[in-house]
Design a binder for this molecule. Structure first.
Ligand SMILES: [Mg+2]
Ligand SMILES: [Zn+2]
Length: 186
């Protein structure tokens, strides 16, 4: 069976407006052009997979049950735009967490590539044909570590603490997901 290509998307600052430790479905706001960009990628045969660090779980700000609700709402919002996504992977861990079961130096938190590697296995993805798109340096590194092309989003609603400037870890810099899609689809 032929391997598929995928676009791996960070969530906060890439698909939705970056709210630090977003903990309620009501806080979700799609970024301008995000739905349109995802639609273009899907129409040209990319799997669309969300890859997100959610250390708010380890830090005790919200639990996994709450995160599932948030992701259900995100799927619904995208569905209203006519878009389905293929999967969501999240890392709930952090070394400085206060919830014991999540307070560890895991092997999945970006910039580690584990979530992308798991997705590649489960969805039969060719990582060398795939893209990692995000708004912070850890996204760019996770993409590189998995053997993907990394694309940095600079939409102004972004994780400026973790990416104070363009770091040179990215292959391309774009404004938003639509610009990213147009770069790779003709
Ligand atoms: Mg982000
Ligand atoms: Zn983890």
């Amino acid at each position: 069976m032929n391997k598929k290509k995928a676009v791996f998307l960070d969530r906060d600052g890439t698909i939705v407006v970056h709210e630090p430790y977003l903990s309620s479905p009501d806080q979700l706001k799609l970024l301008p052009n995000a739905a349109e960009g995802i639609r273009l990628f899907r129409e040209s045969g990319y799997l669309v997979i969300v890859i997100t660090n959610q250390s708010g779980i380890a830090r005790g700000f919200f639990d996994e049950e709450r995160l599932v609700l948030i992701h259900k709402k995100l799927m619904r919002m995208l569905k209203e735009e006519g878009i389905t996504i293929d999967d969501i992977y999240y890392c709930p861990h952090h070394t400085e967490g206060v919830i014991e079961q999540y307070a560890l130096d895991c092997d999945c938190r970006k910039p580690k590539p584990k979530m992308l590697l798991n997705a590649a296995k489960q969805h039969n993805i060719d990582l060398t044909q795939s893209l990692m798109i995000g708004d912070s340096e850890v996204d760019m590194l996770a993409g590189k570590n998995a053997g993907c092309t990394s694309i940095l989003i600079r939409n102004g609603c972004t994780d400026s603490i973790n990416t104070p400037s363009i770091t040179g870890m990215e292959d391309y810099v774009v404004k938003d997901l639509l610009e990213a899609a147009r770069l790779f689809i003709r």
